[in-house]
Design a binder for this molecule. Structure first.
Ligand code: GLY
Length: 370
């Protein structure tokens, strides 16, 4: 067990991450997705993960004020902007919040604000008004996912709240409230954990069954899904002031805390126990970020301490080796489908830095890094 009060790991780990971003900056023309054998697999259009490496450039620029990061952040953000019109992608929040929204805040360029509002509108167009949710995986095509709602989508809704406050329509908020109500009523279980997927009748919205895609089983608790839930709900609670979001986030946080008794690094699913089961460091990083946001909303330091313990453990055990191209090792993207097992992921790398910065700010009395 680590000393929960010891913050001495934070600054050196932030420096490690910035150095690693700098080292990889010149080597990466396209968008890193997940690693295979320690080497990035790239995508040209950023699929759903293009916002993370781009977002790291913006964070590195904000931290260092070094123009080399700004140039790369702008180059990559420009490449993502056409995706703002993608109306079959429920992950537009992941693509546009860390990039166009942050870029607009740091540069004031209205082109970025307008693109982020357009992305929010494209996400809202995917809302099924009759059934009351945004379905997942439109971009997979082929299989009909029109009735499947992913817990991950909660993390995309802050883009809609931001857009409603920055030039977009107020109707975007109705989508946030209705989708979240559907998710809280159906995804969250009595023990506070959440289903990865919930399947509905796509015409009526009648709930049918809990399910999973990346977890061990429908009734298990896919660890990254718990992270997306606590982070998405805490951000939404912070941005909307809704008490039911705070309460739901606290229930997920209590579940996560109950699972991290012996080690602060989650295995890929909280239902697995074997020593040889792969970890998911990205679930740890995302959960830590969510817990820090929840501590900000509730003023309860218990969440900050748990986040600190997770980040301390990740810093001690999961920094990628000097030969690796990435930042955070021991992430698992999708074990059931054999993808990215004990590798690195764009989201793990991004939320690791995001959480470290938020923890530093919270422990030095500043408000959270949004
Ligand atoms: N699609 C989100 C995730 O893999 O975590």
């Amino acid at each position: 067990m680590t000393n929960a009060q010891d913050n001495s790991f934070i600054e050196p780990t932030i420096q490690f991450v910035i150095d690693r971003i700098d080292r990889q900056r010149a080597r990466q023309a396209d968008f890193p997705h997940i690693t295979k054998g320690g080497k990035w697999v790239y995508t040209e259009d950023g699929v759903w993960t293009g916002g993370f490496w781009t977002g790291l450039q913006w964070l590195a620029y904000k931290e260092t004020k070094d123009e080399k990061f700004l140039l790369e952040a702008e180059r990559l953000t420009q490449r993502l902007l056409p995706r703002a019109s993608d109306e079959v992608n429920h992950d537009l929040g992941f693509m546009f919040y860390p990039t166009a929204v942050v870029g607009w805040r740091l540069t004031g360029k209205d082109e970025y604000r307008a693109a982020a509002v357009r992305a929010a509108e494209s996400l809202a167009k995917q809302f099924n008004k009759d059934a009351g949710f945004i379905p997942g995986w439109g971009f997979f095509g082929g299989q009909n996912w029109a009735g499947s709602v992913l817990i991950d989508t909660l993390m995309n809704l802050p883009l809609l709240v931001w857009a409603a406050q920055n030039g977009g329509s107020n109707e975007l908020l109705d989508v946030v409230y209705r989708h979240t109500e559907t998710a809280l009523r159906n995804h969250q279980r009595k023990d506070g954990s959440v289903y990865h997927v919930y399947v509905f009748d796509e015409k009526t919205g009648a709930p049918m069954r809990g399910d999973t895609y990346q977890g061990k089983a429908p009734e298990s608790a896919w660890s990254r899904g718990q992270g997306w839930a606590v982070a998405g709900l805490s951000m939404l609670a912070d941005m909307t002031g809704r008490a039911e979001y705070v309460a739901a986030a606290e229930r997920v946080a209590a579940f996560i805390e109950s699972q991290l008794k012996d080690s602060f690094i989650p295995k890929w699913d909280y239902a697995v126990t074997g020593d040889d089961e792969p970890l998911d460091s990205s679930a740890g990083a995302i959960s830590a970020y969510g817990l820090i946001r929840l501590a900000g909303v509730t003023k309860n330091d218990r969440y900050l301490q748990l986040a600190r313990s997770i980040l301390d453990a990740l810093s001690a055990q999961c920094l990628a080796s000097s030969e690796a191209e990435s930042i955070l090792a021991h992430a698992t993207a999708d074990l059931p489908h054999g993808l990215g097992i004990d590798e690195s992921t764009g989201y793990g790398d991004y939320y690791f830095l995001k959480a470290l910065l938020a923890l530093r700010d919270a422990t030095s009395g500043k408000s959270n890094t949004h």
